[in-house]
Design a protein around this ligand. Structure first.
Ligand code: CO
Length: 134
């Protein structure tokens, strides 16, 4: 059911220095910071030939990644995003299999303007999973 790996999201406490690591040390193409207030993060996209890395840092008081960063103060891998053809078909199949879909189960528009859902890490080998309709 899942298709391509779309991105790996890395939560970071300092977006500027994380961007410098990817741009200067690793030699990757990086975007300008993009605030996503509806998601409570600021994102820098790192463009790789086969997928993206997204550096995310909290924006605002109730950022969904604040708790993660308090447990991982130096940052860390936050979630993986896999592409699916039809997010509602995918959601229903996952729910039927007993997987927990986070939130109210209705897809939201993600950082790329496409519908996304998040899946509980306890159901997926300890990793928060995002699915995005490609
Ligand atoms: Co993501």
């Amino acid at each position: 059911m899942i298709g391509r790996l779309n991105h790996v999201a890395i939560a970071v406490p300092d977006l500027e220095s994380a961007t410098a690591v990817y741009r200067d040390t690793l030699g990757a193409a990086v975007s300008e910071p993009l605030p996503l207030p509806e998601h409570g993060v600021i994102t820098v996209f790192v463009e790789l030939p086969n997928a993206k890395v997204e550096l995310i840092t909290p924006l605002g008081e109730n950022s969904p990644i604040a708790g993660f960063l308090s447990r991982h103060p130096q940052g860390g891998t936050h979630h993986l995003c896999y592409e699916v053809d039809d997010i509602l078909v995918a959601r229903d199949r996952l729910a039927a299999a007993g997987a927990r879909v986070l939130g109210d189960g209705d897809p939201r528009i993600g950082a790329h303007g496409k519908p996304v859902l998040f899946l509980h890490p306890k159901d997926f080998c300890g990793t928060l999973i995002e699915i995005e309709q490609a």
